[in-house]
Write a protein that binds this ligand. Sequence first.
Ligand code: AMP
Ligand code: MG
Length: 274
Amino acid sequence: MQTVIADGNAVWLRAAKKYIESGEVVAFHTETVYGLGANAFDDGAVLKIFALKGRPADNPLIVHVHREYDISRLIDREPPYAAALRSAFLPGPLTMVYPSAGRVSKHVSCGLDTLAIRVPSSPTAQAFLREVDLPVAAPSANVSKHVSPVTARHVYDDFNGKIPLILDGGACDGGIESTVLDCTGEVPQILREGLVTREMIASVAGDCRLYHAAKGERPKSPGMAYKHYSPRCRTAYCVSAEEARKLYEQERAAEIRISCARTASQASSADARS
Ligand code: AMP
Ligand code: MG
C-alpha cells in the first residue's frame, strides 16, 4: 500500500471519507499529537488500529467527533458539570469519559461500560471529522511505546506502506496528549493529566479530583498501566528552567547533542521568572 501525506483540501478530505467508510485507517493532525483513526462503529476497522500499533487489547481508544456532532447519540447520561466543561474547553485537549450507550464497537472501550470522547480543535481534524460525520476512534499515531508523533513525517516513519493517508496539518502545538477526565461520578476525576489542568477544570466544575489507582487495583484508565514514551536516547527531567539550562550547558561543553522541551506548567513558571 502506498502512503500519501496530503493537506486537508477538499479532494483529500473526500478520499479520507471513502477510506474511513471502507474500513481503512487514516492518520490525521490534532492540536495534541497525530491520531490514527477508524470508524468507531466498525469492529474490523477498530481492530486494525490495535494490530497496526501493537496496542494491548485492554487499552481503550478515544472517540473523536466534530464540534456539531450530537454526543447524546453515543452516551447514556451526562452530569450537569460535564455539559459546563464541554462549553468551557471544547473543542480542545480534554477527553471526557461518559457512561456509554453501547452504540460504538465494543472494541473501542475494550469491554468497559464507559466511552471516552474528544472534540479536537485542530482545523484539519475538524474538517476531517465533519467530512466523515462519524465517531472516529483514534489513539496516537505511533507504534506502541514509540514517542507520540507531532509531525506527519513521524507518522510516516512508523506506518509507511501500512495506511493509505496521513492528513497533514503541520506540527502539533500540544505535543502531549489530552487530559482524560472521568465524568461518570458526582465530581470529575482526572485519569490522565494533560494540557487542561485540575485547576482549570475545578474553576468550571466547582471541584476536580486527581485519580490514583489503589495498590493492586486495575487503573480506571487502563492505558496508564502501560509504559509510555520510550525515546531512543538518554533523557532527564528538570524541575526548573535553571536546572535545565545548567544541564544543557554541561552537555554542550562535553560536545553531546542535547535538546530541551518544556511542559505547559514549566513554561508558565519559567516565563514568569524571565
Ligand atoms: P492514547 O489515545 O493512546 O493517548 O490513550 C488514550 C487514553 O485514554 C488511555 O490512557 C486510555 O486508558 C484512556 N481511555 C480511553 N477510553 C477510556 C475509558 N472508556 N475509560 C477510561 N480511560 C479511557
Ligand atoms: Mg499514545
